[in-house]
Ligand binder design. Structure first.
Ligand code: NAD
Ligand code: TYD
Length: 352
């Protein structure tokens, strides 16, 4: 099995690459990543010399590059995670989301289709598109959950671009009979999370005594899943998921933002030896995000019942692990927040 994983230098992708490289030594794993601001090869330093692992620097918006790469390497499978992923950035720069998430995904579909059609067809091949629960929009009734049948209703430029990419993947499955499978996951957290997102940003700001910016009143609800459990779910969907199907992934773990920030403050006070209540004083209410989705909540019964996947960690345990990881990996955090990680790896791969 020659497997292409895109976006493997990012947060979730790096956990997926690690899982596949270590669990499947018989597979050749290729990690294709453009190393944007969100890509950091330090996330994979522990497996970078594994014999079944190869890094390729490249951009999925470059169709010719993808065609050449598929012609040379003849992949059997694709797990597609490369994307622009931050809602706030999509509000200030929507076009980069269109380019990577929509155009990049269609480029990748074309490259895989052309390569597979010209080398004997789709038998034994698989194109797996990793997506988000944000395509379903915002829930307002507390009893509602997103199921695989929920109609798409994206509300941010990010979720609109991911919804468009999901539609293209399904359209290629229907029109060209490409062997596609999809999953839509809730918010992830864990080691290597880029500190522009809520949980790592709060951990970093608590540690450095900076204000904790809570958007609006902090009443928005997110459904959190430990990143390694998402990687395990991706393994299950890639190997056992039915072609043409979609699987929602989540751990039935909803938290109001303000409650979550308070919990993080408590954990950090304990870890840093600060008197209880110290870090919570840093909470600062700031202007709400434009078009801020109120609530996301995933119904994960299908993947649990059909593929036997279950989250392995309770949230409090996962948060402790996450906080411990950030406190033990100060160099990683400093390199990311200072930007040093970018010049290091950009220099290393500049000529590829
Ligand atoms: P991330 O932003 O941490 O990483 C994205 C990776 O893609 C980076 O390594 C980046 O360099 C790479 N990339 C970006 N543009 C590229 C391009 N044009 N060509 C090649 N590589 C490019 O994102 P993440 O949080 O790890 O999310 C990964 C995937 O999972 C995304 O598709 C996202 O939509 C989806 N997802 C994320 C979450 C979440 O909570 N973070 C939840 C559900 C689904
Ligand atoms: P985020 O981690 O950006 O993920 P997403 O927007 O994809 O769900 O944000 C999670 C929630 O936290 C979301 O409701 C916005 C809120 N938030 C803040 O209140 N303050 C912040 O500084 C950030 C980054 C997010």
């Amino acid at each position: 099995m020659k497997l292409l994983i895109t976006g493997g230098a990012g947060f979730i992708g790096s956990h997926v690459v690690r899982l596949f490289v270590t669990k499947y030594p018989e597979y050749q794993i290729y990690n294709l990543d453009a190393l944007t601001y969100a890509g950091n090869l330090a996330n994979l330093s522990d497996i970078e010399n594994a014999p079944n692992y190869t890094f390729i620097k490249g951009d999925i918006t470059d169709a010719k590059f993808l065609e050449d790469m598929f012609a040379e390497l003849s992949f059997d499978g694709v797990i597609h995670l490369a994307a622009e992923s931050h809602v706030d950035r999509s509000i200030t720069d929507p076009m980069s989301f269109v380019m990577t998430n929509v155009v990049g995904t269609v480029n990748l579909l074309n490259a895989a289709k052309n390569s597979w059609v010209s080398t004997g067809g789709f038998d034994g091949k698989r194109f797996y598109h990793v997506s988000t629960d944000e395509v379903y929009g915002s829930l307002h009734n507390p009893e509602d959950f997103f199921t695989e049948e929920t109609a798409y209703d994206p509300q941010s430029p990010y979720s609109a671009s991911k919804a468009a990419s999901d539609h293209f993947v399904r359209a290629y499955g229907n029109t060209y009979k490409m062997p596609v499978v999809l999953s839509n996951c809730s918010n992830n957290y864990g080691p290597n999370h880029f500190p522009e997102k809520l949980i790592p940003l709060m951990i970093h700001n608590i540690q450095t005594n900076k204000p904790l910016p809570v958007y609006g009143k902090g009443e928005n609800v997110r459904d959190w899943l430990f990143v390694v459990d998402h990687a395990r779910a991706i393994d299950a969907v890639f190997h056992k998921g039915k072609l043409g199907e979609t699987y929602n992934i989540g751990g039935f773990n909803e938290w109001k933002n303000l409650d979550l920030v308070h919990l993080l403050c408590q954990i950090m006070d304990r870890k840093l030896g600060r008197p209880e209540g110290t870090s919570a004083q840093l909470i600062t209410y700031v202007t709400d995000r434009a078009g801020h989705d109120l609530r996301y909540a995933i119904d994960a019964n299908k993947i649990m019942n059909e593929l036997g996947w279950q989250p392995s960690l309770q949230f409090e345990e996962g948060l402790e692990k996450t906080v411990d990881w950030f406190l033990a990996n100060q160099t990683w955090l400093e390199n990311v927040t200072s930007g040093a990680y970018q010049s290091y790896y950009k220099g290393m791969y500049a000529n590829r």
